[in-house]
Design a protein around this ligand. Structure first.
Ligand SMILES: [Mn+2]
Length: 339
């Protein structure tokens, strides 16, 4: 097949981007037959879940059965809420027998992204991440300019003249919001067009309900600790929260502190496993959290990020002596040295 001929890869990309939505849909549909059992493989996050739902809809009357399989554990509360509220049926990958299926689709990801995907010969790949090498598939649609793969799937649905149900539209709408961070991250006109199309069909109250499902009641105790520990000096706010079960809570607390007027930096740390995790927040205007994180912790662990948000993870043994305990005061000392 002339498909993955490397000499024409550029041409292929060009050709791919010139295709109409109807041509893509037709080629995608052509990969399937009436008695196919289709496995849609995703790494379950909002974009991937929404896309998998869309693929299921696209194939509803064209194949025998579509199963959605994901290898990762869904842990974020908002993602759990999305699955529950929108009644998304998906199976843990580990519980499925790969051989039970006749066709394999991977969405919002690529065969090389996870080791568990590598043994599957995919029939279709639809994604918006930069194209990786070392695999081939009969149908490939990778458009990395798209902020969300969900925007691409909306194009397929519209080309198929399928009006999505409220649940599907809500999933796709939420997916675009998450992947483009409410259009604060890179997005194209195509994302905006899909978003606008979904706006009239999606249930905004459901979207809000999903977005508001962020904190566990038990996690409010970390807020208590953070507020008690909090030190403010020179418009900088520091808090060490101690041991946490999941470092995501540190991000939520740091984001919260970053909303305080006249606070130009928020530093929140916690211990997760054998590591100190530090979350950096600032406005990113004339400041650079990523650079600061690297300066402070780069030589002792992993550190980096963007102008407005950064993170460092350092093995405790690189910071402390045997029976020393990390404190808010230490967090303050470490950061002020470099500011
Ligand atoms: Mn995505």
């Amino acid at each position: 097949m002339a498909h993955n001929n490397s000499s024409s890869k550029k041409e292929k990309t060009k050709r791919n981007s010139k295709k109409t939505a109807k041509e893509r849909l037709r080629e995608f549909w052509d990969r399937f037959e009436k008695d196919d059992n289709v496995l849609v493989v995703i790494n379950a996050d909002p974009d991937a879940l929404a896309c998998a739902m869309a693929v299921k809809r696209l194939l509803r009357y064209r194949v025998k059965n579509v199963t959605i399989g994901y290898p990762n554990e869904i842990r974020r509360l908002s993602n759990i809420a999305m699955v529950d509220l929108l009644k998304i049926r998906a199976e843990r990958f580990q519980n499925l027998k790969i051989k039970d299926y006749s066709k394999y689709v991977i969405i919002d990801s690529q065969p090389t992204h996870l080791p568990s995907f590598e043994n599957i010969q995919f029939d279709a790949v639809i994604d918006h991440h930069p194209a990786t090498k070392g695999w081939r598939a009969p149908f490939v649609d990778i458009r990395k300019d798209h902020g969300a793969a969900a925007s691409m799937l909306v194009e397929y649905l519209r080309a198929a003249e399928i009006k999505p149900s409220v649940a599907l539209a809500t999933a796709l709408f939420y997916a675009i919001k998450v992947d483009t961070q409410n259009f604060e991250k890179k997005a194209t006109l195509a994302d905006a067009i899909s978003f606008r199309y979904l706006f009239n069909i999606a249930n905004q109250n459901l979207v809000r309900k999903i977005e508001l499902s962020e904190l566990r009641i038990s996690e409010l105790n970390y807020f208590k600790t953070a507020l008690a520990e909090m030190k403010v000096s020179k418009k900088r706010l520091y808090a060490h929260v101690g041991r946490v079960r999941n470092p995501d809570i540190l991000v939520i607390i740091a984001d919260f502190f970053n909303h305080v007027n006249r606070v130009s930096w928020a530093f929140v740390s916690g211990i997760h496993g054998e590591r100190l995790v530090v979350i950096f927040r600032c406005d990113g205007y004339k400041k650079n959290a990523g650079k600061l994180a690297e300066k402070i912790f780069g030589d002792r662990g992993s550190a980096g990020g963007h102008r407005e948000a950064a993170r460092a993870e350092v093995p405790l043994k690189n910071l402390l002596t045997e029976d020393e305990e990390f404190t808010t005061e230490m967090l303050k000392k470490l950061t002020t040295k470099h500011l």
